[in-house]
Design a protein around this ligand. Structure first.
Ligand code: SAH
Ligand code: CA
Length: 248
């Protein structure tokens, strides 16, 4: 399932004629207030540069919004994360947020099927002086995860894993990353409210790509709620982010 140009234009419209962001907040003014009061003044100049560069790219709505980037940085610091993973990089806003929050010997194993998107943002990441923390792997994440699991030393070795790629694979990712994250470590699933569609009536008119992935996101949310290996916290930040803390 791919996002068409038409979807990309329309995604800004349903129910929110002038909505130019994908926040789930009903009020554009309130979202702008949050950004202008608390987020932009604290946004690293490289993140700002990367955000502005990404805004010119046709798939810019895929990018992690800056308030969510701020949440990631706070979480990573609170849990003292050092060894992390990211599935779904795009131009790297969440990746750079992570790289900036980690200590200088911190590591991010980053995966994406597109090196081209990653390389768009890479000069900014390099300029920020944090590229040495990143080990980028081009390719579909699932076989890469299977490869990692084969090596016992990778199991339970990650402090934090951010999952933000193809939503129809989230449960497949979950069953693998749960073994790779340490007990007490955190997995964060992005877009778990899927443009609000998870709560829409089943016959609601939805864009094709929203409709296609909705059932996978609903299935993930239900599975996480029942999964006794993790404690969970569903936040309505960005497009919804579910934090899972591995407990067994
Ligand atoms: N975290 C990013 C946004 C990621 S968008 C940010 O902050 O901007 C989703 C990304 O997942 C896209 O770049 C897409 O190329 C990638 N992707 C899609 N399917 C994938 C797969 N099977 N394995 C790895 N990456 C995938
Ligand atoms: Ca996302």
């Amino acid at each position: 399932m791919t996002i068409t140009n038409e979807d990309q234009q329309q995604i800004q419209i349903p129910g929110h004629k002038h909505l130019r962001h994908k926040s789930l907040l009903q009020s554009d003014a309130l979202y702008q207030y949050i950004l202008e009061t608390s987020v932009y003044p604290r946004e690293h100049e490289s993140l700002k540069e990367l955000r502005e560069l990404t805004e010119k790219h046709p798939w810019n709505l895929l990018a992690t919004p800056p308030d969510e980037g701020q949440l990631l940085r706070m979480l990573l610091k609170v849990i003292n994360a050092k060894n992390t993973m990211e599935i779904g990089v795009y131009t790297g806003y969440s990746l750079l947020s992570t790289a900036l929050a980690l200590p200088s010997d911190g590591k991010i194993l980053a995966m994406d099927i597109s090196r081209e998107y990653y390389e768009l943002g890479l000069p900014v990441i390099e300029k920020a002086g944090v590229a040495h923390k990143i080990d980028f792997r081009e390719g579909p994440a699932l076989p890469l995860l299977d490869q990692l699991i084969k090596d016992e030393k990778n199991k339970g070795s990650f402090d934090f894993i951010f999952v933000d790629a193809d939503k129809d694979n989230y449960l497949n990712y979950h069953n693998r990353v749960i073994e790779l994250v340490k007990i007490g470590g955190m997995i964060a699933y992005d877009n778990t409210l899927w443009n609000g569609s998870v709560a829409a009536p089943s016959d609601a008119p939805l864009l094709d790509y929203i409709k296609y992935y909705r059932d996978f996101v609903i299935e993930l949310n239900q599975a996480l709620a029942l999964d006794s290996r993790v404690e969970i916290c569903q936040l309505p930040v960005g497009d919804g982010i579910t934090l899972c803390r591995r407990i067994i």
